[in-house]
Design a protein around this ligand. Sequence first.
Ligand code: SAM
Length: 264
Amino acid sequence: MSNVNERILGIIDFVRGCYEAQTRAFSAFEYGYLGELILKNKVTSVLDVGTGEGNFISGLAGLTPSVMYKAVDADPELISSAREKHGTANLSFEHMLFDHSFPYGNFDLITARFAVEHMKNVPEFISDAFTKLRSGGILMITEYFIDTSYAGNSTWKLFRDKELEFYHNIGSHPRISLALPKYLKDQGFSGVESVLRHVSPATVGSLEFYDVIRSYANLYSAVEPGLWTKELKQQILDYCDTSQTRASGREDVLFVSQTTGIKP
Ligand SMILES: C[S@@+](CC[C@H](N)C(=O)[O-])C[C@H]1O[C@@H](n2cnc3c(N)ncnc32)[C@H](O)[C@@H]1O
């Protein structure tokens, strides 16, 4: 049985806007972080697991032309679209499930961006990644953390509560970030580190931030219309429009974690 939550497969038309908005909003800090990690550790080969349409990894490949990238995804439609959209010479896409039988190995760096939250067995993925890295290689996992404790106002609180419920309904992990450091350590990684990024209108730009929230509302309501009703979706879209243009601004917040470990 595959390690991927089937609920997120075969829905390219629903997820596309979301993946593009996330790349636009988050990549500035992600590319800086990964660029430094690649330079400092003399990385020359990277595997991206769960690459989606390849928006994020193609940007990174363009910034680091001497590094060879392989990017895989379990969804054939996403990979065929990635191939059409991104023709970078140092990046190849393959439709492939990443598990213990994955035929390639000895990578300097394995990345997984917003993919682990949709895996059925996360420790198993981390153990498989360990075997596919060279000694001294790095696993770098980027994940979402759905925080429902901060509520600047009732609509933001509603958005986060319903987002959490959505994750539970589809069987994905809304707070996997918090478990990752221990999982990495348990599977034999050393030098485990994790940071939580504060993603907000002030840190990534108001337009980019609320575009991400709009894309989530559209995605959630397409996948779970019973929970994310038309009315709820519209309420969140209206909230984004007014928040984005408020003279005083709003400071709603998302958290994104970056967790790394080194194979000894
Ligand atoms: C939310 S998407 C993220 C896409 C992309 N990384 C991004 O940031 O835009 C997660 C993707 O991971 C893929 N995925 C999850 N587990 C996988 C595995 N074990 N092997 C291959 N693909 C996997 C899913 O098919 C899905 O397309």
